[in-house]
Design a protein around this ligand. Structure first.
Ligand code: SF4
Length: 422
């Protein structure tokens, strides 16, 4: 956009923000209504092939990780975590798991969505971490709910053909189990249709996050953290595709009109790790006062891209199971250091990043363990300042705002010093 356009502050809730509240409320209402009418309830991990479930009219889908994040964003994380801790679950376990276990065994109390309806089938995978499998096993043990575990090979390079076939074989097992348990035959045409909606939605998602490249940025990473919720719960639906088109269109219009979240943007940062759900408003406001904007995040640019890539993945074929197996490697956690560094280097260059905040997450060890090596690589390869701060994505008891900002302010000083010396 041209530099002479007048900027205005854009802190009012956007129409897409209002729309998001509505579609997420509708999602939870429909979920409970469906369960009350006797629909078959699946609880799934975030990256299981949700589109496959759309091939069954009788199935509704709930995502405990997303539900836990919603609690954390509403400052209910510690209260729900403590319920699990009182049941002897260690404070060292992932806070999503503690929130979810605490909520589930307290009958959904303390949850604005009244918890999740009890599951008929649990589907987890070891893509992101093995803790998640053990977490779902708690419900399997306590309630006797069958638990299907997808075994997804870790990627140090592009997914191998044998790994792809291995995943497809497991999908066939899952389809057989779902058909037996629901008494319904899978409709593959509906799966293909769901996949088309997901692809359309992810195309617009990528368009939305691309406005980070504008100067000043058209978005903050905090916008993307909030808006990502339906990617986890509503994949394979027309509502998701429509919503992300609306979001991207509205963002484009705002950029064209010169409306930016941080008009006086002086520092353009990238965030590595899960969103600090309990700090969204506080952190973004404090950064804004410093003229800093976290414009992008690995946590949200990874959606729609395959391992190590920043660009979106487009599937041209006609086999939905093939595409869904390929898409099992779209996130950060199941990929090795080389691939994570490749995607991040690309993001830094494309978006124009001045510095990186590596958020070492007490809960998510699998996201955090490689960060020191990644930080070293990014500092050397991209030649930009970086910093490591301590967070927990959902348990505020493990976060110190002052410690975090001491380091973030040091990062901003390094960026300033680098510019002065350039
Ligand atoms: S440890 Fe990380 S990947 Fe595993 S469930 Fe928690 S947030 Fe998800």
């Amino acid at each position: 956009m041209s530099a002479d356009k007048k900027t205005k502050t854009g802190h009012k809730k956007t129409k897409a923000g209002e729309r998001l509240t509505k579609i997420m409320t509708d999602y939870y209402v429909d979920l409970h209504k469906g369960a009350n009418k006797g629909k078959f309830v699946v609880w799934g991990a975030i990256i299981i092939p949700a589109e496959l479930l759309k091939g069954f009219d009788s199935v509704v889908f709930a995502v405990p990780e997303s539900h836990a994040a919603t609690r954390a964003a509403k400052a209910l994380g510690p209260m729900q975590c403590e319920k699990a801790e009182q049941m002897s679950y260690s404070m060292d376990l992932c806070s999503y798991a503690r929130i979810d276990i605490g909520t589930a065994f307290d009958g959904g109390k303390g949850s604005p969505t009244f918890g999740l309806p009890k599951p008929d089938l649990l589907i987890s995978n070891n893509n992101n971490c093995s803790l998640l499998v053990k977490w779902f096993d708690v419900y399997h043990r306590e309630w006797g709910t069958p638990h299907f575990i997808l075994d997804v090979p870790f990627c140090y390079e592009s997914q191998k053909k044998k790994d792809l076939n291995y995943i497809i074989d497991q999908y066939h097992d899952l389809i057989r189990i779902l058909e037996e348990m629901t008494g319904e035959k899978l409709d593959m045409e509906k799966v293909q249709e769901a996949l088309n909606y997901t692809n359309e939605a992810l195309k617009h998602w990528k368009r939305f996050i691309s406005f980070a490249a504008n100067r000043p940025s058209g978005i903050t990473a905090f916008d993307s953290f909030v808006q990502m919720a339906p990617i986890l719960t509503m994949r394979g639906t027309p509502e998701l595709a429509e919503h992300f088109k609306f979001l991207a269109d509205e963002t484009e219009e705002r950029v064209e009109a010169g409306i930016f979240p941080i008009p006086n943007e002086r520092y353009r940062l990238l965030w590595d790790n899960i969103a600090p759900w309990h700090q969204l408003r506080k952190m973004s406001s404090r950064l804004a006062k410093l003229g800093a904007n976290i414009v992008s995040a690995s946590y949200t640019y990874c959606f729609g891209s395959l391992e190590g890539n920043f660009d979106p993945y487009h599937y041209e074929g006609s086999d939905p199971l093939w595409a869904l197996a390929r898409m099992q490697n779209t996130t950060i956690c199941p990929t090795g250091l080389g691939l994570r560094c490749k995607a991040m280097s690309e993001a830094i260059e494309r978006i124009g990043i001045d510095g990186v905040v590596f958020a070492s997450n007490r809960s998510c060890k699998v996201y955090s363990l490689m960060q020191m090596d990644q930080q070293k690589y990014i500092s050397e390869k991209c030649g930009i300042p970086t910093v490591m701060i301590d967070v927990d994505h959902a348990d505020v008891r493990k976060y110190s705002e002052e410690n975090a900002f001491l380091r973030i302010e040091a990062l901003l000083e390094s960026i300033g010093a680098r510019r002065a010396g350039a």
